[in-house]
Design a protein around this ligand. Structure first.
Ligand code: ATP
Ligand code: MG
Length: 364
């Protein structure tokens, strides 16, 4: 189906979410105008502040609107100080992931010129790879079935299913194929611990089986401990990494670190019918209300959203609008005009937006 008007459900959420969301919508609008793409945004309520006031974290009508939309753009939700009675943090984003069956967590790791980075600038390499994290099972599936034996033993159980793994690996190999067309190696690396745990041996076997249907891209494996080493030593060796839920959670923060800061890392959680686009960072209560939040991760997440919409609904304009936002963010940093607080600079949310917006206008 071809489309040029998209219904976007927007969750500003908590903390710095409400600071980075409105400017992101402005940027998306400006980028889309040039290509006659229209986005109808609907702001939806959910999160810790909403829970505190109403006793529910994700109201049913917000969920229904999100479900009926073409894509969901979410800033961040949760506050360490506001919790459910059992002590868990408020996390409606996990509920969205579960309800909408968003099994592929896409975490691009791309370094930008003009930023002081922990590794890349010292070694003369730019980083540009993608980590794909399974998001519906693995060890985190145990979240709702934790077992405690008296006061002596606590157990969580890892669940790996053939169905869950096959759809994950198919997603990863398709990503490898798409990247190969764009000039990347497209090699897909399975990250596991198959040498110790049977569930990971099973995971790896399924990976090898699925790989046989994608003989045009290279497939290889690495143990998660070795992956941690190589992500610091020579992260440029990876192109598409694919892994289990908890390993992916940990390694994607490592990836955000490689980009220099949480405010630089975008993400997407994708299923067969729905997708949520969201920066990797949380609500950052330590800097909220100070105008210091880096909105770049949110801008780049919105770009991922337009790219996904363009691909799904056969709209090259949306793909180009996505590229323009990405290019504008890159140009803003490369120009040296801005350096966010999280990098030790003095550019706040508004200054970063203004610079990125100006670069977008120059592209147009
Ligand atoms: P969550 O559990 O929701 O992932 P978290 O506990 O991992 O949250 P974050 O809210 O992501 O924590 O914050 C981690 C650190 O990164 C904090 O010091 C925060 O100020 C900083 N940080 C997060 N996002 C940004 C941003 N967009 N700009 C600048 N600093 C940020
Ligand atoms: Mg976190």
């Amino acid at each position: 189906m071809t489309k040029s008007t998209f219904d976007i459900a927007v969750f500003p959420g908590d903390g710095i979410g409400v600071e980075v969301t409105p400017i992101t919508l402005e940027l998306v609008k400006a980028a889309c105008e040039k290509y006659d793409v229209e986005c109808n945004f609907t702001n939806l309520e959910a999160g810790a502040a909403y829970y505190q006031e109403h006793g529910v974290a994700l109201p049913e009508d917000s969920m229904a609107t999100a479900k009926a939309s073409d894509a969901i753009l979410l800033a961040c939700m949760g506050m360490p100080s506001i919790r459910y009675p059992d002590g868990r943090e408020i996390a409606p984003q996990l509920e969205l992931r579960e309800t909408l069956d968003l099994y592929a967590g896409v975490r691009p790791v791309k370094t930008l010129k003009g930023l002081p980075l922990p590794l890349a600038d010292k070694r003369g390499h730019e980083l540009d790879f993608v980590l794909i994290r399974e998001s519906t099972e693995g060890l985190f599936a145990s979240r709702n079935r934790f077992e405690k034996e008296g006061d002596d033993v606590a157990k969580d159980t890892q669940v790996i299913t053939r169905k869950g793994s096959e759809r994950l690996f198919n997603f990863a190999f398709k990503m490898g194929q798409r990247r190969k067309q764009l000039g990347y190696s497209g090699a897909v690396t399975c990250v596991d611990k198959a040498n110790v745990l049977g569930s990971f041996f099973f995971f790896r076997q399924i990976f090898d089986q699925v790989a046989q249907n994608y003989t045009d891209v290279e497939a290889n494996h690495i143990y998660v401990d070795a992956a941690a080493l190589q992500l610091v030593r020579q992260p440029w060796m990876f192109d598409v990494m694919v892994t289990e839920n908890m390993f992916g959670d940990i390694l994607s923060d490592l990836g955000a670190g490689l980009m220099g800061g949480m405010g630089m890392a975008p993400s997407a959680d994708i299923g067969d019918d729905h997708a949520v686009f969201q920066p990797c960072h949380g609500s950052a209560p330590d800097i909220m209300g100070q105008g210091k939040a880096n909105p770049s991760a949110m801008f780049l997440s919105a770009a991922m959203m337009l790219d996904w919409l363009g691909d799904k609904f056969d709209n090259q304009g949306a793909v180009k609008a996505a590229q323009d936002i990405t290019k504008a963010v890159e140009a803003a940093y490369e120009s040296g005009e801005i350096l966010p607080f999280e990098f030790g600079g003095t550019s706040g949310t508004q200054a970063i937006y203004d610079t990125v917006f100006a670069k977008l206008k120059q592209l147009q």
